[in-house]
Write a protein that binds this ligand. Sequence first.
Ligand SMILES: [Zn+2]
Length: 550
Amino acid sequence: MYMINNKYYYLKRIKDKKKNLDLLLLADPEEEAIDKYINDCKVFEFYYRDILIGQGAIMQLSSTTYEIKNLAIYEKFHNCGYGKILINLLCKKYLESFKNIEILVGTSEQGVGFYKKCGFQFSHIIKDFFITNYKQPIFENGIQCKDMFYLKFKGVNMENFAYYTPTKVVFGKDEEKNVGKLAKEFGAKKVLIHYGGGSAVRSGLIDKIKTSLTEENISFVELGGVKPNPRLSLIYEGIKLAKENSVDFILAVGGGSVIDSAKGIGYGIANPDIEDVWDLYIGKKKTQKCAPIGVVLTIAAAGSEMSGGSVVTKEDEQLKRSYGCDNARPKFAIMNPELTYTLPKYQIACGVVDIMMHTMERYFSPVGNLELTDKIAEGLLRTMIKYGKLSLENPHNYEARAEIMWASSLAHNGLTGCGGIGDWSTHQLEHDLGGVYDIAHGAGLSAVWGSWARYVYKENPKRFVQFAENVFGIEKIGTDEEVAIKGIEAMENFYKDIEMPISISETGINLSDEDVEMLAEKCSNNGTRYIGSFKKLFKEDMAKIYSMAR
Ligand SMILES: [Zn+2]
């Protein structure tokens, strides 16, 4: 009986600890334990995509190809069971296609040796994993097992990827004067000029653009008023205006919010069969069609000028959601760093955070080290640290503004993530903060990131060590965990240096316990989705991070 209880107990313990698995393998089953497990632990089935048990699992694994990113195998306490057969089979036949397999085994040192030979890296021991009031498993070498060994298999590092950046970048002083020619090059006949507040008008930029379009015999209508966290209602207005005027090209003059709003309008124009474009953002509908978009960039931050993504807020539900497709990538982006000179310092700093976060969301990948992609990401982050500060010291420093502007585009056009799997948790957590409290995107990101990092770094401390060393030049003195924490602190100190918040309260919002619950509820779509890939985060994880970030 103790066997059943212990196995059952395994599952109980694991339920709380390892919810982020795609597959649970149960080696050495006893019928009763499984029945009990199936009957009593239905909750697992929400988390685990599939459950294979015992000998049947071996059969199934040898006849099917599973796409498994995370896997747990529970081996019998004593060291002779199906667990090894399973591993052996996995190694021979499937391991190459697996990434990041995690194994928890109650086994002896020799057992660990076996797994190491199969290519698993011994990660750490979970002390006193076994309950003490049951008889302890005793291995053939007489060692009593109290602990669980935690092993990770490092599979192929580089994921297959497609890299598509069709945006023609026209960079440098005065280039906005060529907007008419560029619009013509991409077939524009009737343009919707889309912009934000009055500054684009007051500075004379909109007039310059109108002149340039007129010179090329391109007619236009205009729609201003895009706010940060671009509103769905304005997108509806834009779609209506565009349809009434047979608009065939959208020119976004501004930063990420304007470009994202333009993409929303672009979906509306190109997909008459989709009644409500919001359906795209909430995952109800999909499309690859978007009207062509051109950009005159005035804020370096979001990277939307080269990306296919857009983020939109539905005001009445306080929901901020994203949608993307390759055809929403702008046809051209004019980038004159001088157009960013008049930005308030706060907005410059928010941009610096966002650019860095777009790189870090991709950098903290479960895939592991990627030589070239990592170096590009680390170089971009170091550039931001250097020129972010110089930019704030003197917003008219052309070199600094140019470096940041170029970085903003490269950080989000896919380059810094080639071969990896993005995490994007910080962005997802921020989306709900921003959606509810209308916090500036960059400020929301810096307020949450440190708490996310502290919550997840143990998944792969070495990744954080690499970050600390290569981005901040931190010397590798001490344990991996100590160096990882130093890297996280260095990042937070940089955010402090540029006067960005590292907690939510610093943005002026004090979350109650109920607020934390509400945010986690929203972010998890009422408990129906997880976020992240470095570590999968479920509703209660989200709540913990929001709470830590208070
Ligand atoms: Zn962002």
